[in-house]
Design a protein around this ligand. Structure first.
Ligand code: C2O
Ligand code: CU
Ligand code: CU
Length: 498
């Protein structure tokens, strides 16, 4: 693209999209690099993966080249045709029969994050298969309506594979959700949030060095459904926005540029008992939020940006933390924004009027509460990062070592303590849990942590108690940090339900 074409696109974009694009354009004009031009010109429609059934599904992991921004193609890994995998849509109780065919140059395995299939279908890295091989999954989807996801769980290669595209959404529906008559069809949006670095030609570049392996791989490029900073056209109506945080390391503090509060209706593993309004929501890798956003009352042409608001991040670059204000705090030469930096993620552009919004239902789902007193025992897990090592209780992952044994059916409290300088989104396979308490650090349980979850953010200095019933299946399952670099470097352990 030559400079003149670029300005042409920029001018059109800025008249449509308002002052921010214009100032971005100005900023890029002074930076003058090809990459900057590509970034400005990338207001590109949201990629919407096709919906597929879990019955008789084949997912082929393969190399492909796709457009990730307007006029920018990149080699990626994919489970379909696009920069994120097809969205699997299932009913509670439905059987899943899925063949994962590996056409990559390296081993891989798919894991169904938030679902609780038997051990043989859970995608443990010891089950990974090589090029030309396949893995057959058979399980019953037993989870309540919610936004789950699937991703590569390749041994020590999860970070690059997920980064390059091996992730997709798994939507489960049930009658409870149906009776609520939430916005659906074109008024239901499902999005995957990530951040990625691009090289000078705009291709995705996963080359972690030094600090990337300690804090995790942070980037400055916002990617939604695998496309850089997309434009999402909406009607002036109420939408259901379902969000998965799936960056390698970035934590998103999700909010809107208008400052309008978000109506939260669900979390990781299903609906909350009642909606709650919050100014913003913190999501670590693996966490999900189910939101209602009302664009009613906005004139056509209005632009509302979805952004990650700045927050104080302890441990970033060994600076002892700091508030990241407006504008990007770049980390030495890596082209990454610091953890906690403000980041625009996507633009909603109101294109026309829509149906009148019905009020949000006041009651959602019935949540069984597991009281602290129901637990048979407590276990403590200390997460630490030092000297290029990420450990749980002082140990790194070993494929076949069983670190904890839990009786089938037991209710237990697991305490996650962060002794190190980086946040850890702690994830458990095989169970859903409830967050009982958080002490130290932020010292509270947030509204988005009130429902059933499978991943919880544990900031430095925090101790988080979760409670779970281990009654899905017997077998060996994983507990790990979902920061993908931490995970690949061994911040993971096996527990055996027996
Ligand atoms: Cu999202 Cu062990 O995985
Ligand atoms: Cu998982
Ligand atoms: Cu971690």
């Amino acid at each position: 693209m030559n400079r003149r074409d670029f300005l042409g696109i920029g001018a059109t974009a800025s008249s449509l999209l308002g002052p921010t694009s214009a100032s971005l354009l100005a900023a890029c004009a002074t930076r003058g690099t090809r990459l900057a031009e590509l970034q400005v010109a990338s207001s590109w429609p949201l990629y919407r993966p096709e919906f597929v059934s879990p019955e008789g599904l084949t997912l082929t992991a393969r190399h492909a080249t796709v457009e990730i921004a307007r006029g920018v193609s990149s080699p990626i890994l994919t489970w379909g045709d696009g920069p994120v995998g097809p969205t699997i849509e299932a009913r509670t109780g439905q059987r899943a029969t899925i063949v994962m065919q590996n056409e990559l140059d390296e081993p891989t395995i798919a894991h169904w994050h938030g679902l609780r299939p038997p051990e043989s279908a859970d995608g443990h890295p010891r089950l990974q298969v090589g090029r030309g091989e396949r893995y057959v999954y058979e399980f019953v989807v037993r989870e309540p309506a919610g936004l789950y996801w699937y991703h590569s769980h390749a041994h020590a290669r999860t970070a690059p594979q997920v980064y390059l595209g091996l992730a997709g959404l798994f939507v489960v529906r049930d009658d409870v959700e149906k009776a609520l008559d939430l916005p659906s069809g074109p008024h239901e949006l499902t999005i995957v949030l990530q951040d990625k670095r691009q090289d000078a030609a705009g291709r995705l570049a996963y080359v972690p060095v030094g600090h990337d392996l300690m804090e995790g791989f942070l980037s400055d490029g916002p990617f939604v459904n695998g496309v850089r900073f997309p434009r999402i056209e909406v009607e002036a109506a109420r939408y259901r926005l379902r969000v998965l945080a799936a960056a390698n390391a970035r934590i998103f503090r999700l909010g809107l540029s208008t400052g309008t509060p978000l109506t939260l209706i669900g979390g990781d593993a299903g609906l909350l008992d009642a909606p709650v309004e919050v100014p913003s929501i913190d999501l670590g890798t693996g966490e999900r939020a189910d939101l209602l956003i009302d664009f009613a009352g906005h004139e056509p042409g209005t632009v509302v940006r979805l952004r990650s608001l700045p927050f104080r991040s302890p441990g970033g670059m060994g600076m002892g933390g700091g508030m990241m204000g407006r504008g990007r705090m770049m980390m030495g030469g890596s082209g990454a924004s610091a953890q906690g930096a403000e980041l625009d993620l996507a633009e909603f552009v109101v294109t026309r009027g829509g149906p009148r919004s019905r009020p949000a239902p006041s009651r959602l789902a019935t949540l069984e509460r597991l009281p602290r007193s129901s637990a048979a025992r407590e276990r403590t897990f200390r997460f630490d990062s030092r000297m290029m090592m990420h450990t749980i209780n002082g140990r790194r992952f070993e494929m076949e070592r069983v670190d904890e044994r839990v009786p089938f059916g037991a209710i237990e409290i697991w305490r996650f303590i962060n002794d190190g300088p980086f946040p850890h989104p702690v994830h458990m396979h095989a169970v859903h849990f409830q967050v009982l308490s958080r002490s130290g650090g932020r010292a509270r349980v947030f509204p988005w942590e009130r429902g059933w979850k499978d991943t919880v953010l544990v900031f430095p200095g925090e101790s988080v108690d979760v409670i779970a019933r281990f009654d899905s299946h017997r077998g060996m399952f994983l507990l790990h940090c979902h920061n993908l670099e931490h995970e690949d470097m061994g911040m993971m352990m096996n527990f055996q339900i027996e």
